[in-house]
Design a protein around this ligand. Sequence first.
Ligand code: PEP
Ligand code: MN
Length: 337
Amino acid sequence: MVIIMSPQATEEQIQAVVDKITEHKLEPHRSTGRSRTVIGVIGTEIDVDPRVFEMMAGVAEVIRITEPYKLASRAFRPEPTVVRVGNVAFGSEQVVVMAGPCSVESPEQIESIAAHVAGAGAAVLRGGAFKPRTNPYSFQGLGEEGLRLLRDAADAHGLLIVTEVVEPGQIDLVSEYADILQLGARNMHNFAFLRELGRTRRPVLLKRGFSAKIDEWLQAAEYVLSGGNEQVILCERGIRTFENHTRNTMDISAIPVVHRLSHLPVIADPSHATGRREHVLPMARAAMAAGADGLMIEVHHDPDRSVSDGSQSLGFGQFDVLMGELRRLAPVLGRTL
Ligand code: PEP
Ligand code: MN
């Protein structure tokens, strides 16, 4: 249930509604928009008659939300959520470009990539220090040393950092270095982990699980939001289908669908979605045209020697072409880069 207060509602009337919700052993989540306050009611509300609230002073409307997520839904917050981190704003007119290697490999590697992507106009440096690898013998990342290298390289070039947290016990450590915590596709269904991320106040980049329906993905976001962390950015990174010409199938339609269902910003990762560098540029363009609020692109100074995901990583020249194309496309779509 969502209670929409009238624009003239007083603070006392809002508080009376909040108290009434608590009285029913439900949890109020208040959101103050440009013109009115909306109060989300979280909990088992099945036995609560909406008329209890409809009759209260200052209440404009009570809506029963049928979706299994509430705080993530458009009904709860009609205006888009803008997640601000440093000088970037996900969910605004800006399309935020995040770029960098799959994994942090060495000081020289991350420094040269950071210098290049910053020069080309990226705002956020990506790079895995802790890697979720399918094979236990594959490179697992440099760990804390990788985080340190990432921070040094980002600071030297005025970039923010997004990096993956692979297990809940790493959240505090990664938060010491990173501006945005990435939850990988393989962990999207890890509900205890999602709850822990709800307790932090760092923005969370929530990747779609490769077999997750959009409703499941939004319920994963709901776990984080219901813990009090409102800074969730969704990331479409391709889903598994029967098609094997690409690593995954990039679900471009998820972008407008999420924008219809939710107020949260959604970005796209055409690198993991396609798995092949020649497909990254056209899918980046397509994602931006479909309304993506940002893009995550794997870039490497020597892609064929990359320790992970080389086949989907762009070289510097290819990244420059991509940025040029996005810059040309932005004004057509009413966006900035
Ligand atoms: C990544 O971005 O490095 C990554 C492992 O992505 P995903 O979780 O989407 O596979
Ligand atoms: Mn990768």
